[in-house]
Design a protein around this ligand. Structure first.
Ligand code: ADP
Ligand code: MG
Ligand code: MG
Length: 208
């Protein structure tokens, strides 16, 4: 089983839908430990991506991802714009010219993207950021190499949810929430949550 180019396009479309539906939820999370704009940022960025999708229909996966990253970079401000922008731009590097991806290729694609987030944002696991969710996802995908794609993605979604909830007791060490010190404890990180939503959309696209 592979993930096709159509499913990648579907992923981006579903992400735009979910960020529209969950805009207020993400913004409320960011109101607790940030500046109440994460839902707005993600929705604005992905609506712009959605506008671009028709023009990407005949492009390869790498080009689709790179264009997505550049669109997010230029349309989302704050911390998350450069981080998600970098994620998609870097994720494109190993999948240029490809029309479908095996589990191993998908894992490499996501790993490259996450390496970009870490290089740019310097967050480590446990800092209460989106990196925590990505770490759970990648651990699962690596463990499940050689198994059925759908099982690997289901495992990664479950792990992503666990990691997202695992940010609640953490004290933020990076980003705006870190300015709160101990007061950041007890709240779920907005970026860890948007990463969970975006990855769930990938799983949902892969079974369509
Ligand atoms: P801003 O904080 O600039 O308003 P957003 O609210 O859109 O940006 O995004 C906040 C999220 O970005 C946080 O919840 C966190 O997950 C993520 N984040 C912030 N700084 C970093 C970083 N250095 N590395 C990884 N993720 C980060
Ligand atoms: Mg914010
Ligand atoms: Mg902001």
């Amino acid at each position: 089983m592979t993930i096709t180019k159509q499913q990648i396009l579907q992923w981006l479309e579903l992400s735009a839908e979910v960020f529209q539906a969950e805009q207020d939820f993400l913004t409320d999370l960011d109101r607790e430990i940030g500046d109440a704009d994460h839902g707005l940022n993600m929705n604005r960025g992905f609506q712009k991506v959605k506008d671009k999708l028709p023009s990407l229909a005949d492009k390869d996966i790498g080009t689709i991802l790179k264009t997505t990253g550049m669109t997010l970079l230029s349309s989302i401000g704050g911390a998350s714009g450069p981080l998600y922008g970098t994620f998609f731009i870097r994720s494109a590097s190993s999948v240029m010219a490809k029309e479908e991806l095996s589990l191993a290729e998908l894992t490499q694609m996501l790993q490259d993207g996450v390496d970009g987030i870490v290089q740019r944002g310097k967050a480590e696991v446990g800092d209460k950021t989106m990196v925590d969710t990505w770490d759970g996802i990648l651990a699962c995908l690596k463990e499940k190499q050689g198994t059925v794609m759908a099982d690997a993605l289901d495992c990664a979604v479950a792990e992503a949810e666990k990691a997202m909830k695992g940010t609640i007791p953490m004290q933020a060490k990076k980003g705006r929430a870190s300015y709160l010190g101990e007061r950041s404890i007890g709240h779920q990180d907005p970026g860890a949550t948007s990463t969970y939503l975006m990855f769930s959309a990938l799983r949902n696209a892969s079974v369509q």
